[in-house]
Design a protein around this ligand. Structure first.
Ligand code: PHE
Length: 344
């Protein structure tokens, strides 16, 4: 009998230690099974009572019952304490969740160099009152050539090696000038539009040429538009894109069937005054094709050539970027090379 009494005492002690050590729900459940389960300590003591004498049962019975109650109570208290502790921890996590904390090893993304450049160009022209326009890359022969005073079999078509589609009279546009007549058809003058986009030419690929490249196109049609408007616009644009006030321009005669007179405009090298690798020691950089819109083109766009005149100006986006950033290979633009793209 004494043995059982001692066991009861030590059991309480053991339970206190086990409960204190149980730090989560699984551990607590293990303690419950150990003490209160069907094969647990209490059950075993009850079992051993069966063989005890009547007198012993009278003393030990209530003792054991009391123990069972105490153990159950201690277990319940501990369980409640543990649950409220877990809830508190969850609440704390939510409350103090730091939304500004950054994840380790993240490569920050940024806009592609094309997108950055296009946004910059658009801002320059929007600040001059231009409207942004857009034209299709899959284009008809009409808007890419005929409407631009380049009829079938005209030798000027050779200047722009064309990707013809298997669909009749369809091609991948060779320049962004296809937006010119499309825009003239859409609205009455005054017209001031700026468009950028992809253009395609069937050329041999090297560091200077790619079959896919991008252009910017400027078109203005209004009363009394002259070469002076063209040159002033070109200068404002060049000063803004190279962030240089004292950019000089050199105008040479050029040939584009859709403008007359046609010119090519060179800018003074933004990086030197006496020759460097960017301008190949010439101090000039070829940048723009331009001219006054040919009356045949205006007529195609349904514009009264007695009343209105216009200028058009075009340039390669990659060329601007290559000069600005000293990029020496046009193929890099579509290479998806992260070390290249990360620089911008
Ligand atoms: N479309 C011409 C080209 O791709 C450039 C240009 C545009 C020239 C507008 C004159 C006027 O070469």
């Amino acid at each position: 009998m004494e043995k059982i009494e001692n066991q009861i005492k030590s059991l309480k002690q053991e339970l206190a230690t086990a409960l204190a050590a149980a730090k989560n729900e699984q551990a607590l459940e293990a303690v419950r099974v150990d003490f209160l389960g069907r094969q647990g300590h209490i059950a075993k003591l009850m079992e051993s009572l069966k063989t005890a004498s009547l007198e012993e049962k009278r003393v030990l019975g209530p003792l054991l019952n009391e123990l069972k109650q105490q153990i159950t109570q201690l277990y319940t208290e501990k369980k409640e304490a543990l649950i409220s502790q877990i809830l508190q921890q969850q609440l704390f996590k939510k409350q103090y969740f730091d939304v500004s904390a950054s994840l380790a090893n993240q490569t920050p993304a940024h806009l592609h160099i094309y997108t950055q450049l296009i946004q910059e160009l658009e801002n320059i022209f929007i600040s001059m009152g231009y409207k942004i326009a857009d034209g299709p890359e899959v284009e008809t022969e009409f808007y890419n050539f005929e409407a631009l005073n380049i009829p079938k079999d005209h030798p000027a078509r050779d200047m722009q090696d064309t990707f013809w589609l298997t669909l009749p009279n369809m091609l991948l546009r060779t320049h962004t000038s296809n937006v010119q007549v499309r825009e003239m058809e859409k609205q009455e003058p005054p017209l001031a539009i700026f468009a950028t986009g992809r253009t395609y030419r069937h050329e041999a690929i090297d560091a200077k040429h790619d079959i896919l490249f991008s252009q910017g196109e400027v078109l203005m049609v209004d009363e009394n538009i002259s070469m002076a408007n063209l040159l002033a616009t070109a200068k404002t644009f060049l000063q803004a894109i190279f962030d240089k006030k004292d950019i000089k321009m050199r105008v040479r005669t050029g040939y584009f069937p859709f403008v007359e007179p046609a010119v090519e405009i060179d800018a003074s090298c933004p990086f030197c005054t006496n020759g460097c690798s960017v301008c190949k020691k010439t101090t000039w950089i070829e940048l723009l094709g331009a001219g006054l819109v040919h009356p045949n083109v205006l007529k195609c766009g349904g514009i009264n050539t007695e009343k209105y005149s216009g200028f058009a100006l075009g340039f390669g986006l990659e060329r601007i970027a290559m000069i600005r950033y000293g990029i020496n290979d046009i193929r890099l633009f579509h290479s998806s090379k992260i070390p290249f793209l990360d620089q911008f």
